[in-house]
Design a protein around this ligand. Structure first.
Ligand code: WT7
Length: 649
């Protein structure tokens, strides 16, 4: 079957009331959005956001200059846009805890009051505009209040996913010199207790974290925790002392809203810095169009707020649009594999947003757990994090959505702030596995990675770049603008480089083919091979390591590590578990290698560069396709590695 044949028609009932209908309307809107940038985005920003001082300039700077600024003379406050301006009695957040019957409905008025108290508490602790505040929080409404409280007073939040280790937390707190850490006693997932405060305590022991003067602790479980007098305070007690009004800080459109650390192919994680107005506009705009969101509907994104998906599509985008957004604390398989669909039916969810890895995991349980629950409220089903394989797409579309819902496959990145390539419900027929067509304002470019030339027209494959600025682009890497330029803007001058490969098919649909750098995507989590390698060499027995990705049927990619030992006789029975423990300690459980093999050497070029391509092929059991190995310094290592890998897998 050719790709052209795979067009799945738009389920008409799902989009009867769509914001934009039909391919011709999509195309004319897209053209305006990229050609008449000032008129289009000026009008959108005026309509979608409340300004304290209206902007006059829409866009200043360029990708080639690395100085992009949107609405640079405008002033606003993000928390005001997300809370104050919506009807106080409307439900802002539906929180569902670890147990299905633990549900809270929080109105915009309640969220605003809590946010203001917290914002005042932060001010009392001495936090001022521009200061950094770290969040290491479970999935509770207070996490959203903490983010919005920072936005209220102009503090820059830095959320660290609560699965990262103390060492990873320490490195992030240090890099951005956070003044305060906001956390909870413990987290809870499928009855499993996660000792968050203990991780914070350990991280803050480090000399480099002396910048932290206060820790506010939300009581989630009431479990036993250590307490550091003078530094630690219960969040609830700090809030009770404050009044539920807090005058918002007047923020320039370009003032930083938050930092979010993400992995690159080399070096330490990068603190991507997002702006106030451009980011907020981008998340609200894309949330409205991609999910065809209409006020009054319940919308659910089941990601964690520790990732950009949670920032943009649980908190900022939906709340800016006055939506009712679901926050889900538990796991898709707790208490059983029907939990998501139970959630959908009990809260009458209209759009549901998850990752292919979760869909693949649930598919294994068959259709019965899905069919047990009423899904008639659903209209739009979203996917994010990695390419969705057509089998998973079809199951999502046919079984979960009963063929009545639009599936939107949203391609984007921490750096892009929001959706870049996705189909839009009601606009385009869908193709299982293709992220489809650009979001308004996005001009995708395929570039030949060798020649650096543009690949125009259909039936082309290259690396994916973006040809012009969009409001949600991250503005810099915290403390390292040179690295920002080197990573994103210099590789293909004039363009933003995504790091992904992409193919344009005969219909002009885009198919993301995966990262072209040394970045892994494990269960939708982004990890640098270099980070895992340096974690492995922290182990005293390991002198060198090389990490590659291998296909994994649920996680998308699995982690395969080759380790060279200081002394081959050290390869005892507990070595592999202790190497894995070293990775968990340096990064967190999410980075634990699936396979580790010990080897006396690695395939290197004569100049000493590890040939990852060869290691990847061997780990994927495709040693018959090694390609050219004539540049190897010592080819004799290859048969040995092949033998070891075959034994290990
Ligand atoms: C990388 C970005 C975007 C929020 C979650 C991940 C991959 C993401 C898709 C998709 C194909 C995708 C890319 C990208 N990716 N969504 N729909 N189809 N690939 O954000 O951690 O910054 O990772 O995830 O490789 O570069 P992130």
């Amino acid at each position: 079957m050719s790709e052209e044949d795979q067009l799945t028609p738009i389920p008409e009932r799902a989009v009867a009331n769509a914001h934009i209908r039909g391919m011709h309307n999509y195309l004319s809107t897209w053209e305006k959005s990229v050609d008449e940038t000032d008129a289009f985005w000026g009008a959108e920003a005026r309509a979608a956001l409340d300004w304290i001082v209206p902007f006059r300039t829409v866009l200043r700077g360029s990708l080639s200059g690395g100085d992009v600024a949107w609405f640079p003379d405008g002033y606003l406050n993000v928390s005001v846009n997300c809370l104050d301006r919506h009807p106080a009695s409307r439900t802002a957040i539906i929180w569902e805890g670890d147990e299905p019957n633990d549900v809270k409905h929080i109105t915009y008025g309640e969220a605003l009051a809590a946010t203001c108290r917290l914002a005042n508490a932060l001010r009392t602790l001495g936090v001022r505009k521009g200061d950094r505040v770290c969040l290491y929080m479970p999935m509770v409404p207070e996490a959203a209040y903490c983010m919005l409280a920072c936005a209220r007073i102009g503090a820059i939040h830095s959320v660290v996913f609560a699965g990262f280790s103390a060492e990873a937390l320490r490195a992030r707190v240090e890099d951005s010199r956070c003044k305060v850490v906001l956390t909870a006693d413990e987290g809870l997932r499928a009855k499993k207790v996660i000792k968050l405060k203990a991780v914070v305590d350990k991280a803050l022991e480090a000399e480099e974290c002396k910048c932290v003067t206060a820790v506010l602790v939300y009581k989630r479980t009431g479990g036993a925790i250590d307490w550091k007098e003078g530094r630690d305070q219960w969040m609830s007690e700090a809030m009770e002392k404050e009044r539920p009004f807090c005058a918002p800080e007047v923020m320039n459109a370009e003032d930083p809203l938050f930092l979010l650390y993400t992995s690159g192919s080399t070096g330490k994680p990068k603190g991507m810095m997002h702006s106030s107005a451009g980011y907020l506009l981008w998340t609200a705009f894309t949330h409205r169009y991609t999910f065809d969101y209409h006020v009054g509907e319940v919308y659910a994104c089941v990601a964690d707020i520790g990732w950009i998906t949670g920032h943009s599509y649980i908190v900022y985008g939906p709340l800016c649009n006055g939506a009712t957004t679901v926050m889900f604390e538990s796991l898709p398989t707790y208490p059983d594999a029907g939990r998501y669909w139970d959630l959908v039916s009990r809260h009458q969810i209209a759009s549901f947003y998850t990752a292919p890895t979760a869909i693949r995991a649930l598919m294994k349980y068959g259709d019965a757990p899905v069919k047990k629950h009423d899904r008639s409220s659903l209209r739009v089903l979203g996917s994010v994090g990695e390419p969705i394989n057509p089998e998973a797409w079809k199951w999502y579309y046919e079984v979960v959505g009963e063929g009545r819902c639009c599936v939107v496959d949203t391609f984007w990145q921490t750096e892009t702030g929001g959706h870049m390539i996705t189909n839009i419900p009601g606009c385009q027929p869908m193709k299982p596995g293709s992220a489809s067509l650009p979001m308004f304002g996005v001009r995708p470019m395929l570039v030949d990675p060798q020649a650096g030339v543009l690949l125009e027209g259909n039936h082309k494959e290259g690396v994916l770049c973006i040809g012009q600025p969009w409001p949600g682009i991250a503005r810099t890497i915290w403390g390292d603008h040179a690295r920002y330029l080197d990573t994103y803007l210099k590789p293909y001058p004039g363009y933003y480089f995504t790091g992904d490969g992409c193919r344009r098919d005969g219909d002009g649909y885009l198919w993301i083919t995966g990262r072209v750098d040394d970045v892994l995507n494990v269960s939708g989590h982004r990890l640098g091979t270099a980070e895992i390698e340096s974690a492995l060499v922290t182990h005293e027995a390991c002198v060198e390591a090389a990490v590659v990705g291998i296909p994994h049927d649920v996680k998308g990619q699995g982690i395969f590590a080759y380790c060279i030992l200081k002394d081959a006789t050290e390869e005892t029975a507990d070595l592999i578990p202790s190497l894995k423990a070293a990775v968990r300690a340096a990064i967190g459980g999410l980075a634990t290698p699936d396979h580790i093999i010990c080897t006396p050497g690695l395939p290197k070029t004569r100049s000493g560069k590890i040939m990852r391509r060869v290691l990847r092929k061997i780990a994927c059991l495709e040693a018959d396709q090694l390609g050219d190995t004539s540049t190897l310094a010592d080819p004799s290592i290859i048969p040995l590695l092949i033998e070891k890998v075959e034994k290990a897998l």
